[in-house]
Write a protein that binds this ligand. Structure first.
Ligand code: ADP
Length: 378
């Protein structure tokens, strides 16, 4: 194939699109934010993704543009569309992953189950919301949050006073998102892919465990999810992909509540951390499927290769920065573990890689994956 895919953003998601691109003979180019990023292996340029001319020049070298992150401004996305560049996902869909308030409004119109929420632009409005919701709320900045940054559990509006001040300085009349503090049993994620011509495919719903707002572990499929939970997650994922016109991979983060409801937390319109297990555990990985989707090629099968897969993130890493020693030790100790390192310098809490183990017994695969990842934690 001589298709040319351009990826804006040079992080690990772009990096992990490279192996399937090579296998399928797709020419992949990456516009990286700086030298030496995770996807430097395929980077064909370094440039500012907020600069219209830089992005338009990059787009001229490829057949389709897609993303490693959701931060390309709407004006730049619209300029690409106006220039006739196929952009997947397109700006009309991507706005709902860029702005959590818009996402809540749109999903509300679609009747998708969500936590109770409100747009609050003053301290008084937030205090009212807190009073109406049992004395607490989760407050989120509408834009720019990731990995739990821009998310705070509060019992009084004063605890996010600086966010209100920042809104005032912004001068755009913005608001914060207030949500009920959901009493959830666990977090789930539904991964979906959709082609521009309409076909949709899904992987089994997974369970994800967050630590300090960052994904730490994923169990695939989600234990005890056969039947109704899987059905509800699949229905929600399909509806969102279709109604929002998402093209490429979509991840829908979900809460399973203690009173048996499935609520949407948030959306990501790109390959997602909760789908990394698919590289080793599914017939078709999310990265290959994303490439197929943005090129409008037929989808690969999404069944799992083994009954269970567990993915553990490697967060932080050894203090001395040496990854070779822990990597060799992990490979020696856990031969069934598939180790993925992103070519990033270890820093406290930073995602520098992950481990996946697949097999017949859930306890065994969890143990092996944790054991392999533990070599990096000292
Ligand atoms: P980010 O965009 O930074 O990933 P999220 O909106 O996914 O932020 O929130 C991060 C984490 O905070 C979630 O994974 C969940 O554990 C917790 N959280 C978010 N919203 C709520 C809520 N309404 N109720 C309870 N916990 C929440």
């Amino acid at each position: 194939m001589t298709f040319r895919v351009g990826v804006i953003g040079g992080g690990q998601l772009a990096r992990m699109m490279v192996p399937p691109a090579i296998e399928l003979g797709i020419d992949i180019k990456v516009l990286a934010e700086s030298e030496g990023m995770s996807a430097a292996i395929a980077a064909t340029g370094v440039g500012d993704y907020t600069d219209r001319d830089t992005v338009l020049a990059f787009a001229e070298t490829v057949d389709v543009v897609t993303f490693d992150h959701e931060h390309v401004p709407q004006a730049v996305l619209r300029a690409l569309v106006d220039a006739g560049v196929p952009v997947h996902p397109g700006p009309d869909a991507l706005q709902f992953a860029q702005d959590k308030l818009r996402m809540r409004e749109r999903l509300g119109e679609l009747g998708i189950p969500m936590p109770d929420w409100a747009a609050v632009s003053t301290v008084e409005q937030l205090d009212d919301f807190i009073a109406e919701h049992g004395g607490s709320a989760v407050v989120k900045t509408a834009r720019g949050g990731y990995d739990g940054k821009g998310v705070r559990v509060v019992t009084a509006a004063a605890q996010v006073e600086e966010w209100f001040l920042a809104l005032d300085e912004d001068g755009r009349g913005g608001a914060l998102l207030a949500e009920e503090l959901v009493d959830f049993r666990r977090e789930l994620a539904q991964l979906v892919a959709r082609r521009p011509s309409g076909a949709v495919t899904l992987w089994p719903v997974v369970e994800s465990v967050q630590q300090n707002g960052v994904c730490a572990e994923v169990f695939a499929p989600a234990p005890r999810s056969a039947g109704r939970v899987a059905e509800m997650a699949a229905r929600i994922g399909t509806t969102i992909a279709e109604e929002l016109g998402v093209t490429g991979v979509l991840a829908v983060e979900l809460f399973e509540t203690t009173d048996e409801r499935i609520l949407v937390n948030e959306l990501a319109m790109r390959p997602h951390n909760t789908g990394h297990w698919t590289i080793d555990g599914s017939t078709t990985s999310q990265f290959e499927q994303h490439l197929r989707a943005v090129l409008d090629l037929p989808f690969g099968a999404t069944g799992h290769r083994a009954p269970w897969s567990t993915m553990i993130n490697i967060l932080g890493g050894p203090a001395d920065g040496d990854l070779d020693g822990p990597a060799a030790a992990a490979l020696a100790d856990q031969p069934t573990a598939k180790l993925h390192l992103y070519g990033k310098e270890p820093r406290a809490g930073r995602k520098i890689g992950h481990v996946t183990v697949s097999g017949d017994d859930l306890d065994e695969v969890v143990f092996s994956a944790r054991a392999a990842a533990a070599f990096f934690q000292n």
